[in-house]
Write a protein that binds this ligand. Structure first.
Ligand code: NAD
Ligand code: MG
Length: 380
């Protein structure tokens, strides 16, 4: 069941991972230098039609011209809508602006929206596509490692409310995902590392062998070559399998939140200041905490918890509360931040805990006192 072996082609080199969702099924194309291949696949979705590239100004400045040229060469009319970079763009104001710009660009029901950027662009453009004319198809063309291994797959789209992250949105599956590793060459090392935390997550959830592969090959992944292609394909296949089982997160899909309950609390604690903590860094600390907490509860071995932290540290990711610069409050304030997480059901804390590496599970009704005592020790 190696996702690479089944579909790898010699020339040009790319891999495809299917997302098996019946009528909403689509493919993720993974490889280096996918401009021509990707553009042809986009054009095949809407022959002779129009595509609106939604991107942020940073990514747009680096990559939009090349992609525009490739799409035009494939016979599409191309429009471009740019948003400011950063989480702040997942807002009502930018959502409205993007929708109006798509209407002005005469994007019709049969046309396409193409999200060129990281998770911010993907979430916002996807939600705009879901809403425009009650739904137009969209393509994810992710440009961060995080978006290539996580946010571009699975169909969750949306924006933030002043009340919290991702509170307004829709499930809207893309029609195609093009993960071109060459685009990662311009990504900052810090953003690359943050995305890598989500790669490691898939091993920790249910694939110990893949975690061990990460231990052996993690450094090579950062070169955005073959090892990276393998890591992206494995990650996408893992996420696709979960999404195919539980598209709307009624059960299993929650496993993908390993490390995220603690991680989100830390992101709140720094008021989403990316200079102090980006999402993947919060997830890295969160995964290390989830394993130490699991060990403390007698579920997992201390050895596995130590091994998780060591690998994350080895690639330069943070693993301790002390690794977050500045004041992040205390055990009680972090607990309050967790209680505001939308994964809270009727006051009980839901965590993804582990019996070991690759043996994660959904633990409902986790005692707040246990969490508080654990966090107090982590702060000490
Ligand atoms: P991002 O989209 O903000 O991108 C990070 C930064 O990198 C931005 O400043 C961007 O301009 C820049 N950038 C992107 N690609 C670049 C490139 N190739 N070269 C140079 N710079 C580049 O952040 P992200 O980490 O990709 O995504 C985070 C968002 O994803 C969050 O809003 C999160 O909620 C969302 N997310 C969604 C899902 C989902 O299932 N929908 C899953 C995980 C995360
Ligand atoms: Mg995440």
């Amino acid at each position: 069941d190696d996702p690479l072996r089944a579909t790898a082609s010699a020339e040009p080199r790319f891999t495809t991972v299917p997302v098996k969702l019946g009528e909403r099924a689509y493919e993720i194309v993974i490889g280096r230098d996918l401009l021509a291949e990707g553009a042809q696949r986009v054009a095949a979705l809407a022959p002779g039609g129009a595509v609106a590239i939604v991107t942020d100004t940073t990514v747009g400045g680096l990559h939009a011209v090349a992609i525009t040229d490739a799409l035009e060469a494939a016979g599409l009319r191309v429009a471009r809508v740019e948003i400011p970079p950063g989480e702040g763009s997942k807002s009502y104001a930018e959502f409205a602006r993007v929708c109006d710009a798509l209407i002005e660009a005469r994007i019709e029901r049969g046309d396409l929206v193409l999200a060129l950027g990281g998770g911010v662009v993907g979430d916002l453009a996807g939600f705009a596509a879901a809403s425009l004319r009650r739904g137009v198809r969209f393509v994810q063309w992710p440009t961060t490692l995080l978006s290539q291994v996580d946010s571009s797959v699975g169909g969750k789209t949306g924006i933030n409310s002043p009340h919290g992250k991702n509170l307004v949105g829709a499930f809207h599956q893309p029609s195609l995902v093009v993960a071109d590793l060459a685009l990662l060459d311009t990504l900052s090392p810090r953003e690359f590392r943050a995305g890598y935390a989500e790669v490691v997550k898939y091993g920790l959830i249910d694939d110990r062998a893949f975690f061990e592969w990460c231990e052996a090959n993690g450094a090579a992944v950062f070169e955005a070559g073959e090892a990276c292609a393998y890591a992206v394909a494995k990650s996408c296949a893992a996420k696709a399998a979960v999404v195919a089982r539980d598209e709307h997160e009624n059960g299993d899909r929650a496993l993908l939140n390993l490390g995220h309950t603690f991680g989100h609390a830390l992101e709140r604690a720094v008021a989403y200041d990316g200079a102090r903590l980006v999402h993947g860094e919060g997830v890295a600390i969160g995964m290390a905490l989830a394993f130490r907490f699991s060990a403390r509860l007698g579920l997992a071995s201390g050895q596995d918890a130590g091994r998780v932290a060591r690998h994350l540290q080895a690639v330069g990711l943070p693993t301790r509360l002390q690794d977050v610069p500045g004041d992040i409050g205390d055990a009680d304030s972090l607990l309050d931040a967790m209680a505001q997480d939308k994964k809270v059901r009727r006051g009980a804390l839901t965590f993804i805990l582990a019996r070991g590496i690759g043996e994660s599970f959904i633990a409902r009704d986790v005692s707040r006192d246990d969490v508080r005592a654990f966090l107090a020790d982590e702060f000490a």
